[in-house]
Design a protein around this ligand. Structure first.
Ligand SMILES: [Zn+2]
Length: 289
C-alpha cells in the first residue's frame, strides 16, 4: 500500500516524428506507478518512437526528473536500441586555427550527444556556466593531444597541431566529448560528487582506453601518472567511450592498460559497468548508443 506523502504532477510528452506535444497532465500520489496508453496512427509503422517524460512536483518550477524511452513499431533494421534520437545543441563556437572540416565535425560531435532531454540539459548547463561561448583553438605544438585550459567560467579546449580532427566523425567525437567532459565536471559540482560517490574509479580503475602515457613528460611511469591523473581522466574518458565504444578503433596501444591498437571497446558495458552505467543514468538519461 503506497503511503500518500504529497501530490506529484506528471507531464508526459510523446514525439512521433510527425507530432510533438503534451498529451496528458494528471495528479497522482507519490510512489504510485503511473501508466499511460498512447494510440499511434496506423500509418506509422516500421519506425522508432521516443517518449520523453518529465516530472514536476511544482508546475511552476523546472522538472525534478526527466527520462526517455524508445519503442519500436514494426520492423526496424538493427532495432531501436541503437538508434540515436536526433537532436541539436544550441551552442556558439569561437574557433581559432581549425579548418572547416574540423569545425564541422566538432559541431556534429556536440549534436550527436543530444540524445535525451537530460543530455541536452546537462550539456547546455555546462556550456552556459562556462560563459555561453565555447572556444576551441589549435596551437603549433606538434603533439597528437588536446587539453582543457582554465576551469569553469573561462575554460577552453586547446588542440595541438599534431592532432588532426578532420579525419572522421568518431575520432573527433572521442577527442571533443572527452575534453568537454573535463569542462562539464568543473562546471557541475553535483555531477562530480555523484561520480565520486559512485565508486566507479575505486572499483574499476582507469578507464582502459585512456592514453595515460600522454603524461609521461611530467610523470615518469604508469603508477605516478595514475595516482595524479587516473580519477579525473577516467571521468572524461568514460563519457567519450560511452558515445564511441562500438565504432572507434583506438589508434595506439594504451601502454598502462595494454588496451590494443586498432580495437574498439566493444565490451565496455560489461568490462567497466560502473563507469558505463554512471554515464548512462547520469548524463544520457538512459539512452544508449
Ligand atoms: Zn583528459
Amino acid at each position: 500500500m503506497a503511503k500518500l506523502i504529497n501530490k506529484t504532477r506528471i507531464l508526459y510528452f510523446v514525439s512521433l516524428i510527425v507530432f510533438t506535444g503534451t498529451v496528458l497532465t494528471s495528479t497522482v500520489a507519490a510512489q504510485d506507478l503511473v501508466q499511460f496508453d498512447f494510440k499511434v496512427k496506423p500509418t506509422i509503422n516500421n519506425t522508432c518512437i521516443t517518449n520523453n517524460a518529465s516530472v514536476n512536483s511544482d508546475p511552476n518550477k523546472p522538472p525534478e526528473g526527466q527520462t526517455s524511452a524508445i519503442t519500436q513499431i514494426g520492423n526496424v533494421a538493427n532495432g531501436c536500441s541503437t538508434k540515436i534520437v536526433p537532436g541539436k545543441l544550441n551552442l556558439k563556437f569561437n574557433f581559432s586555427g581549425l579548418d572547416n572540416k574540423e569545425q564541422d565535425l566538432i559541431k556534429q560531435s556536440f549534436d550527436s550527444v543530444a540524445v535525451s532531454p537530460q543530455a541536452i540539459q546537462i550539456y547546455t548547463d555546462a556550456y552556459n556556466n562556462n560563459g555561453g561561448v565555447l572556444t576551441i583553438t589549435k596551437d603549433g605544438l606538434n603533439k597528437p593531444f588536446a587539453q582543457v585550459v582554465g576551469s569553469c567560467g573561462n575554460a577552453y579546449i586547446l588542440i595541438h597541431a599534431g592532432l588532426y580532427l578532420g579525419s572522421s566523425l568518431v575520432s573527433t567525437q572521442y577527442v571533443i566529448i572527452h575534453e568537454f567532459g573535463h569542462i562539464m565536471r568543473s562546471c557541475n559540482g553535483t555531477l562530480s560528487q555523484a561520480y565520486i560517490n559512485s565508486g566507479a574509479y575505486q572499483a574499476e580503475g582507469l578507464v582502459v582506453t585512456y592514453p595515460l602515457s600522454a603524461w609521461f613528460d611530467i610523470y615518469p611511469d604508469c603508477a605516478s601518472a595514475l595516482a595524479a591523473k587516473g580519477e579525473n581522466e577516467s571521468f572524461a574518458e568514460m563519457i567519450a567511450d560511452y558515445v564511441t565504444y562500438k565504432t572507434y578503433a583506438m589508434p595506439s596501444t594504451r601502454i598502462c592498460t595494454n588496451f590494443p591498437a586498432g580495437a574498439t571497446y566493444s565490451d565496455y558495458p560489461t568490462r567497466q559497468p560502473l563507469f558505463y552505467n554512471f554515464v548512462k543514468n547520469n548524463i544520457f538519461g538512459g539512452v544508449e548508443f
